[in-house]
Design a protein. Structure first.
Lengths: 177, 177, 177, 177, 177, 177
């Protein structure tokens, strides 16, 4: 890869959205689909910043929605590239929701989106590697391999028995080993 | 659970969308976040139909985007509840994209969204069980347990060693067994 | 016409929409204009499916709005081509509105939209004929002639005295006959 | 009716819209459904002005689309109430489309929408009569009866043989008279 | 300038908007940013009409928001070019907000937007001069010079001491003169 | 004022937007009105953060648009409160536009918006003072007085001869002094 490496922090993007009536369900809570739409935009911009390329969404990892975000809340999304693999990158997204006049703030969601950098004809193109600096960046860089294997297994593009990194999650040590 | 069971097919919902300019990126392809927004709406309606309740998105399983969907394409999303667990349900979504004048049709994506049925105060409430009828419905009903364990493990709400159903995926038979 | 005929059912399209705040007036009812916007999209896709061509809206027949559809309702629109005339087609649209948690369902509206199939330069182009199969399809196929004459009379493109099919509606039997 | 009458011109409303990318189909022409959405809004405001009430759309007469309106065009819609019938009113809408830098202007469409004035509980309520002044206003006031009968016949709420005003259109003079 | 002059009234544009839920803040009042968006569109169309050219927004003068406009209100914006300077024009916008069923009407805002006429490559191009006719048009024509100097001073493109027209505002007569 | 003071930096908000087709004019450039809409949202959130109150837009200072921002560009807006006056606050907004794949970045715009903090009944309420720390914050804090006087003079709520701070701009030293 001829591209020089870039620091993780160079891809940091912050996006702020106000929850408007059309974003909410009949309980006046933000719909999950709208939040994923925002996650996709903020992480695509982060992937663009890292790669200086047009990017397309390749996959979204499991996202869980544990807190209701309400009409009028301010939603802040931050995204940063964790690791690059040839032409693809994983982006980590954190979502914070605030009821500012009410003085409430919740760490609402975390998610991982993966993007592929493409040239003008839409063909994948190699991108710079990521240099993690902080402890969190290093932890995310290391665990990116594991998440990537899980994605490949779930997409049936890797056999589970070849997913060495996943063994650490699923404790597949032989019982009589 | 006092609710009587319902057939899977009773929750079938079909949604059709036309890809408009604001749904696309600079390559004129549908953005992944917009597609997930549509997936969330169609599956929420399906979950409403099964439960006859207001529902909230609980989680989205890994989704991969392998085909570009283009400006002017017609996108058809179908959703059907696969299985219920107390107050939550899993919904299976299939996405087909067509360039009708061009005579092209691709089976674009599959996804699983999970919803929780709530009462007017937002508290979870029990829902009917699902009766699968077709082979596909039965296969999705059975495998729903496995996907549920993976969700719980990924959300750190179940220990990997307790996820019995997952063993079948990750071939955790002891080498020297 | 060199195009082979197609069955009416091949053009069936189902679209599902959730009534959101911006779709409603100050009484929290769906605005008629938004519903017609949805009718136009679902019937345009149906006309595309029949003709495998780009289509443009040619006319809308009288639509009446007799039931209020409310915020949070699920609106299901189905569209099917009834009959083709050279390069134009008539599409029949049925609208059902449901308050799913409330267990209410109304057959809200019926409408007829007409489309013209065009080539890439925007010129009209011949399309396949429609083969009706069910009783409803046959009835709609037959009555399409009458609706077409009414459209032509109202657009001042046919003289009322030449509109033979309309006589059956307006009972123009001679008083001294 | 206790309401005092009002002049037709008191209900005049002008609305101007710019055709944006999301309003257009793949030929870059304004979609018919979007235009009807705008027609509904401008005529609802006109009906509000005449009645000083909340209004709901009751019906739309046959609309034909004979000219393509293009991306970037300026669309001017004017609406004016033609006649009142107890709690309902008919509104006449004229649409002009302009390509201003290109120096082109077309009289694109005419349409009639009918609205019902309602009180806060949604019940129909009587409204002022219309006083037509100009020749066009008088012609529209007179012909409103005819259009109303056609609407009632098409909605199957009036028998064709009772629609006296329609006889003038459909020339139902007896053949052997 | 080879272009023949045009009357101010030839650029008059009226735009009517209904305040919908997504246009409002948590107090159900129209957001200032949405109103400015509408002001920009109505005045751009007015500038197009005067110049028969594509136009781009060059600047917005100080706007103050003194009255709350509420959900369901009808907002009427009128725009008219006041004066041209080579390739740029100043447009005057007046905003009226009405609660029609409530019988309330407020003259809500006034604003001045400036546009530059450009050719297809985006280069500024000369436009016709404005001929003011009414007293208000003449007053706005005269005072346009003063507003232009203030704009240039604020943009640091004119030295305050060269802004002769502004002296009349800021009473810069020498104390010992 | 019983409220304790807050640092300027506590109100910092960053918002990132992608320029989509519907945000652009026929030259594919971002419309000024859309940019002002975004400026209003980011600065309203900043004012909320400083005051912990619901806020309403009071005024916008002169904004000039000197660079075209294009379709597909990433627009980053940052906002920070500069100074408080009883119940009102001034917010400074900086806009940067980037064509990331093209490696271009422009400092596009600066603007000042003013907001009033209100209680639930919409009445103005006192807010904390601002403590500037950096050189830029201090310069903006000091010059806020001057901009405030210009706003009051332009809104005809202060006589020009009382606007002492403005004299420094308009060099009103007597010629024969």
């Amino acid at each position: 890869m001829a591209n020089k490496s870039k620091f993780a922090k160079e891809s940091l993007v912050t996006m702020t959205e106000l929850v408007l009536p059309n974003d909410t369900n009949t309980l006046n809570n933000l719909m999950g689909g709208r939040l994923m739409h925002w996650m996709d935009i903020v992480s695509a911009i982060s992937a663009q910043k890292h790669s200086n390329r047009v990017v397309v969404t390749a996959s979204v990892d499991n996202v869980s929605f544990t807190h209701a975000i309400q009409l009028g809340n301010v939603v802040t999304l931050t995204a940063k590239v964790t690791r690059a693999f040839s032409s693809s990158m994983e982006v980590f997204i954190e979502v914070i929701a605030e009821d500012i006049p009410g003085g409430k703030r919740i760490e609402s969601n975390q998610a991982f989106f993966t993007f592929v950098a493409v040239d003008q004809s839409g063909k994948p193109i190699d991108i710079p590697e990521v240099i993690p600096e902080t402890d969190q960046e290093k932890e995310l860089f290391d665990s990116a391999l594991r998440r990537r294997q899980l994605r490949l297994v779930l997409a049936k593009r890797m056999k589970p028995e070849d997913a060495n990194e996943l063994r650490s999650i699923f404790k597949t040590t032989p019982i009589n080993g």
